[in-house]
Structure formats: C-alpha cells, structure tokens
Write a protein that binds this ligand. Structure first.
Ligand code: HEC
Length: 416
C-alpha cells in the first residue's frame, strides 16, 4: 500500500465524518479497501491517466460515497479488455486486477451491468462555415444532387454504411480503421485530424466521440445526432462487474441512484449530442414480408436470391442447416428484425470473401473438407457491401420461411 493511498483514505475518513454518517447506507463491501477501476489510460472522453474523463469523475464519486480511494488498472479498451482486467487474477496477490469497468453496455453480456448512467446514438460532425447545413444523412445526398460531393469519413463497422449506401453515397466514403496498433490513438482522430484538416468533410462517430472531439480543436464544427436511426439505436451504458459480484453491483446501483444529478452534470460537460429529437422506433413497425398466393414482395424476393447466392453455402439451400451451420428457420422463431440485424452485423467478427469466384471455390472446397465442421464460424457481414444494405431483405425471406408462410420452392415476385 502506497503512502498516498493510506493518506487519502485517512483524509476522507477524518475530514468528512459528517457526510460519512449521512452516507451510512454505503459501507464498503467486507475487505474492500479501494474502488479498483479497470480503464483505458488514453480514451477520452471516457478516461485517461490524468483523470480528465467522465468515467474518472464518476469513479471518484463512487470513492467519495464509500470513503475509499480510487485505484486504476490501465489497459487499452479493445477486444480482450475484460479478459485482461476484471476477469484476470494477479498471480502475486491472488486478487482480481480490478473490480469495476466503466461505460459498458447496460445489458447482460460479458459483465453484470449496473443501471445505465448515460445513453447515446451515432452522430455526424461537419465543419461550420462551408455554406451548407446537415440535419440528416439525406442532406448529403441532396448536396450530391447539386454537384457538391462531400467526403465522408467512417469507421468500418458503423451502422451509417447501410444508410449511406441506400442513399447512393458509397463512392464518397473513406473507411477508417477502428483499432490502430498504437493504444494511445483513439477514434477521436477522425475529427481532430481528418475532419479538421479538410481530408474529409463529414465524420460519422459514436455520440460521446462526436460530441467531445470537436471541443478539442480550433476548427468550428457542428455535431448532429442521427435522429433518423430511431430510438432502437440509442444505447445505454453503465458500469460492469463480474457476473458473481451481485452485492457489488447492488452497491454501485445505489450510489448511481443517490448521485444521479451529479453524474448527469458531469456527463453534460462533455457535450454529448442531444437525444431529444430521436425518432421513436416503436411506430415504424411494418410487416417484415408479404406473401400472396405463394408470391412474394420484392424485399422477400431479394432476400431469397441473396440467401441462395451466399448464405446457403453454410446454412443449406433451404436454410434448414448443414453440418457446419444451424437451421435458421428454427433459430429465427421469435427473433425481431432488430435482433437479427445485430446478430448479422455485430455478433461475429470473422470475415470470408464469397464474392470473388476463385476464393469462393476455394472456400467451398474447404467447407467440404474434413475439419470444416469445427473450423467454420459465422462471418460478420458488417463490411460486406453486397449484404449489409440487404439485411432486412434477408430477414423478410427467412422470417416468411420460419413462420411457415413460404415453402421451399423458388418464390415468384408479386407483379406491380
Ligand atoms: C461460412 C459459413 C457461413 C455463412 C456463409 C453464413 N453463415 Fe450464418 N452461421 C454460420 C455458423 C457456423 C453459425 C452458428 C454460429 C454460432 O452458433 O454462434 C451461424 C449463425 C447464424 C445466425 C445466428 C443463429 C442464432 O444462433 O440465432 C444467423 C441469423 C445467420 N447465421 C444468418 C446467416 C445469413 C443470413 C447468411 C448469409 C448472408 C449467413 N448466415 C451466412 C455460418 C455461416
């Protein structure tokens, strides 16, 4: 234990005995001597070593409420974060390296989540004073029609890809890599470098990034939340603990509740895009597919064609499964389009290129090979320009099949 730690502990204990009495609800857990946070040292607006991020400030509140010092275990926030931090035991002490991760999705996954403390949506950022205003993605297409082609910067998994391709803006996109080799470089550079310098004219980024980084450059910029995505794409974030640490989670929830106004005030300083005008997704529900006299609408038809050009390789001609991939008809029971989309775009990370005829043949040969069953995983489709814009078509086809509205024969299209 370092001197400063002992000192700050005593300091809190001695000076604020009045608030301590008041905060009697918040006894630390048995044996707990510090709030031990797993965080990224170079990841503003969330956290950094200088403790300037909103997560640093929220962690300080937790420390305050428990009368404990806050300690950090630093690790780059990327794939492998939880494995290398909150779930890893220090061989020297026999204790986990840290006990709470901040700004993690508020749904049960890798962590046991607390209640959320902020929500956000993807946003776009552009330079002020260029003679145009952007309120939604469609405005970029309008400028294109007037002969002004804006250069669009995008991370390769961004949902915007789909919208931009639908609006015919694909040739204006420049893709940026989310993870660079250097842990100190984060996604804010799309704004402070590419957008500020004029290499691109519009940057798409996750709300906290899109709100914060324009405040870190001298170039005047406007941040616009992508309200047209709808409330389905507003995501909530809280803290995360290990699955078994329910008492710790409950304690954190109580602190978040008690200090929610202070926490909201902290977040507000980071220029988070407003969620006030996000369209409600609840009202946009349409039937996924139409089947009349055995004939289908154009979406369902497009989905069938696409399925039989790409997905059948693993899932089988009728989507009923093979040795290497599951029956999608049973798997789709009760699955919403939203969930299907998430699965297709965000659950898996491997890539196969089935577009190129030579690679495709090669792939088919491998699939037919012995070890295939063990080795082939569902690919990700998030970077696949032929699939990504057609996820809802695929859903229409598979849903119609799964519901029993459509059989195995090649469908005909309803004539308009
Ligand atoms: C390279 C082989 C392969 C291809 C091509 C492929 N899949 Fe898959 N898919 C799999 C495997 C393997 C799984 C099971 C993964 C798992 O269990 O986590 C899977 C799982 C899925 C799931 C999730 C099922 C569940 O567990 O709920 C969906 C949905 C899906 N695939 C749809 C598609 C669609 C649509 C296409 C075509 C665009 C496609 N897949 C192409 C191999 C493939």
């Amino acid at each position: 234990m370092t001197i400063t730690r002992v000192f700050s502990y005593l300091f809190v204990g001695l000076i604020s005995s009045i608030t301590m009495a008041q905060a009697a609800d918040f006894e630390p857990l048995p044996g707990q001597t510090a709030v031990r946070v797993c965080a990224d040292a170079f990841n503003l607006p969330y956290s950094n070593k200088e403790l300037e991020g909103f997560d640093n400030k929220i962690a300080a509140i937790v420390g305050e409420e428990l009368g404990l010092p806050v300690e950090y275990y630093w690790f780059p926030q990327r794939i492998g974060f939880s494995r290398n931090t909150i779930k890893k035991v220090d061989p020297e002490t026999g204790k986990f390296l840290c006990d709470v991760a901040m700004s993690i999705p508020a749904e049960r996954g890798m962590y046991l989540p607390t209640k959320p403390y902020f929500s956000s949506i993807d946003s776009m950022v552009y330079r002020k004073g260029e003679g145009y205003e952007l309120h939604e993605i469609a405005d970029i297409a309008k400028l294109k029609a007037q002969g002004k082609k804006l250069k669009i910067g995008l991370f390769d998994r961004a949902l915007a890809t789909e919208f931009l391709i639908k609006d015919g803006l694909e040739d204006q996109i420049e893709y940026f890599q989310m993870m660079t080799g250097d842990a100190r470089v984060n996604s804010g550079r799309i704004i402070t470098e590419a957008l500020a310098s004029g290499d691109i004219d519009v940057a798409f980024a996750w709300g906290p990034i899109a709100g914060f980084y324009p405040t870190q450059t001298d170039v005047a910029m406007t941040t616009v939340p992508l309200n047209e995505y709808g409330s389905h794409y507003v995501f909530n974030f809280g803290m995360g603990v290990r699955q078994q640490d329910t008492a710790w989670r409950d304690l954190l929830d109580k602190i978040l509740e008690k200090r929610k106004d202070d926490i909201a005030a902290i977040i507000a300083k980071y220029n988070m895009p407003s969620l006030a005008n996000v369209k409600s997704s609840a009202h946009t529900k349409k039937a996924a597919y139409t089947v009349e006299d055995g004939k289908v609408d154009s979406k369902t038809y497009a989905g069938w064609r696409l399925f039989n050009s790409t997905c059948f390789v693993c899932h089988g001609q009728n989507a009923t499964g093979t040795d290497i991939a599951p029956n999608l008809l049973t798997r789709l029971e009760g699955v919403s389009e939203f969930k299907f989309r998430k699965t297709m775009l965000h659950r898996y990370f491997g890539k196969v290129n089935l577009d190129d005829p030579a690679r495709r043949q090669n792939f088919l040969n491998e699939v037919a090979g012995e070890k295939a069953a063990a080795e082939f995983k569902m690919p990700t489709w998030s970077d696949e320009p032929n699939i990504r814009p057609h996820i809802s078509d695929l859903y229409a086809y598979l849903k119609a099949r799964s519901d029993g509205a459509l059989g195995e024969d090649a469908p005909e299209q309803i004539k308009k």
